[in-house]
Design a protein around this ligand. Structure first.
Ligand SMILES: [Zn+2]
Ligand SMILES: [Zn+2]
Length: 111
């Protein structure tokens, strides 16, 4: 069982082709929509998608159970959900993102 505890381990994981594939599958499954906004009944219109591009930088594929504690679920699509930037930040309050006024740019390395 691989471990994803260190930054390097996570970075390697988020750069792997297995993750890239699964991530796209999760986005497709969720129709490129934020699942949390959907649950709250909000219509989240993704500006970039509207402009006709398939992939959006505003959406993140989130691990419902963090890979750090659940490495066996790292590549389980059932453990993934598509979240917009705002909702994703709320999922990780312990990491302190979003506390300052700087816009937060998420990338795959920040899961
Ligand atoms: Zn959202
Ligand atoms: Zn996340």
């Amino acid at each position: 069982m691989p471990e994803y505890r260190s930054k390097e381990q996570k970075r390697t994981f988020y750069k792997s082709s297995a993750w890239e594939k699964l991530r796209l599958m999760a986005l497709e499954r969720d129709h490129y929509e934020c699942q949390q906004c959907k649950r709250e009944g909000k219509v989240h219109v993704d500006s970039i998608k509207v402009e006709g591009q398939k992939k959006s930088v505003e959406l993140n594929v989130h691990h419902i159970r963090e890979i750090e504690n659940h490495p066996e679920l790292a590549l389980e699509i059932e453990n993934l959900e598509t979240l917009c930037l705002g909702c994703h930040n709320k999922q990780h309050p312990e990491k302190g993102f979003g506390k300052d006024k700087q816009p937060i740019i998420w990338d795959d390395e920040r899961w």
